[in-house]
Write a protein that binds this ligand. Structure first.
Ligand SMILES: *Cc1c(COP(=O)(O)O)cnc(C)c1O
Length: 367
């Protein structure tokens, strides 16, 4: 079986480095918010081209806490609206509703699967305060256009970069564009830790200070709490491991790009639609997503032929049982996309023969 993602195989070449980093943490006696966290925060801020990075416990926390900090800073309030694409991940919507904000969904673009920028203006109301572009699959949303709309209507922009570490647009990386950005380092992401972790990035000093307090029980000074904060600290161990993974980030992305190029050149089947990407050199291919009207049969056929695939995601957030009050909403294009998408393996450790096999099986598939 060709696995969708083989994390053991991906991490094995770095095992010695990872073990040395863990040993350094064990020997240091520092386990929470110490020198490794400060070092990784600095490295990652530089990587993104922003002033600062705040290490957190998960990508969800990064989204939740940025919105929470904006509320505490008086920039948004209960009931305000956040514009987001209808095919966002559940974490994005949880972060909005957890903060008593209202998600306002917009259809995705049928080619890039990111937010359809031409639909944003009509979704804006007097209560709109935030646009949350979710850069899906490793490809950036049209940020110059989104920032122009944000400036025109005085809106904040929170980028969800959890699938798009290092992806670029006009020479700037994910996390550079918005007022703040959220990253997940869940092990399967392109920059993945060996456990849960995440980060927020921003150029805004006030937001930075609020996030640093919020992640640590709302305190700037130990045992003096200025906010009702949470415990969302990045651990020294994960930070040390992330610094190692960051060193090997680009060679892995190069492998993903090579695999994607071979799929694009090799898969030729009228009932499988390949990704249509305007600027391929900017894509980091966290996911290689194809579409087919016969998706379930294709998934089954690939499995029968030794290829594991995953659907990201089978159901949009507003149709989930958790959001019964939104179940009446309908976004026809988005729902068609959800019924047709399938992620092929884009594991950077795939061998050439694995990739050839996957191409061959796709090309033999008949409805
Ligand atoms: C993975 C992911 C998240 C959540 O990250 P966690 O670290 O699992 O909390 C949020 N948004 C998107 C788009 C993701 O892919």
């Amino acid at each position: 079986m060709i696995n969708f993602l083989n994390l053991k195989k991906i991490n094995t070449p770095y095992a010695e480095d990872l073990k040395a980093a863990s040993a350094r943490v064990i020997d240091s006696g520092y386990y929470i918010l110490g020198p490794e966290v400060r070092k990784f925060e600095q490295e990652f801020a530089e990587f993104c081209g922003v002033r600062t990075c705040i290490g957190l416990a998960s990508g969800l926390d990064a989204l939740v806490l940025v919105l929470r900090a904006w509320k505490l800073l008086g920039k948004i309030k209960d009931g305000d609206e956040v514009i987001i694409q209808a095919n966002a991940y559940i974490a994005c919507v949880l972060a909005i509703t957890e903060n008593n904000l209202k998600p306002v969904f917009v259809e995705p673009d049928a080619d890039s699967y990111n937010i359809d920028v031409s639909k944003i203006r009509e979704a804006i109301t007097p209560n709109t305060r935030v646009i949350m572009p979710v850069h899906l699959y490793g490809y950036l949303s049209p940020m110059p256009e989104i920032m122009e709309i944000a400036r025109e209507f005085n809106l904040l922009v929170l980028e969800d970069c959890s699938q798009s570490h290092g992806a670029t647009l006009d020479g700037h990386r994910a996390g550079y564009w918005g007022d703040a950005s959220a990253f997940s380092f869940y092990p399967s992401k392109n920059l993945g830790a060996l456990g849960d972790s995440g980060a927020a990035t921003t150029n805004d000093e006030e937001l930075e200070a609020t996030l640093r307090a919020l992640r640590n029980y709302g305190s700037k000074e130990r045992y003096y709490n200025i906010y009702q904060g949470v415990n969302s600290r990045l651990s020294e161990m994960q930070a040390a491991l992330l610094s190692v993974k960051l060193k090997y980030f680009w060679p892995e992305v190069e492998n993903r790009r090579r695999i994607a190029e071979r799929y694009l050149a090799g898969i030729n089947n009228p009932i499988i639609t390949l990704p249509k990407v305007a600027n391929r050199e900017q894509h980091t291919w966290h996911l290689f997503v194809v579409r087919s009207a016969h998706r379930d049969a294709l998934k089954h056929y690939l499995e029968q032929n030794g290829v594991e695939t995953i659907i990201h995601y089978p159901k949009p957030p507003y149709l989930q049982e958790a959001y019964k009050e939104m179940n009446h909403l309908s976004f026809p294009l988005n729902e068609a996309i959800h019924d047709q998408i399938l992620s092929l393996p884009a594991d950077p450790s795939l061998s050439n023969s694995d990739v050839e096999h996957i191409i061959e099986v796709c090309n033999k598939f008949r409805a």
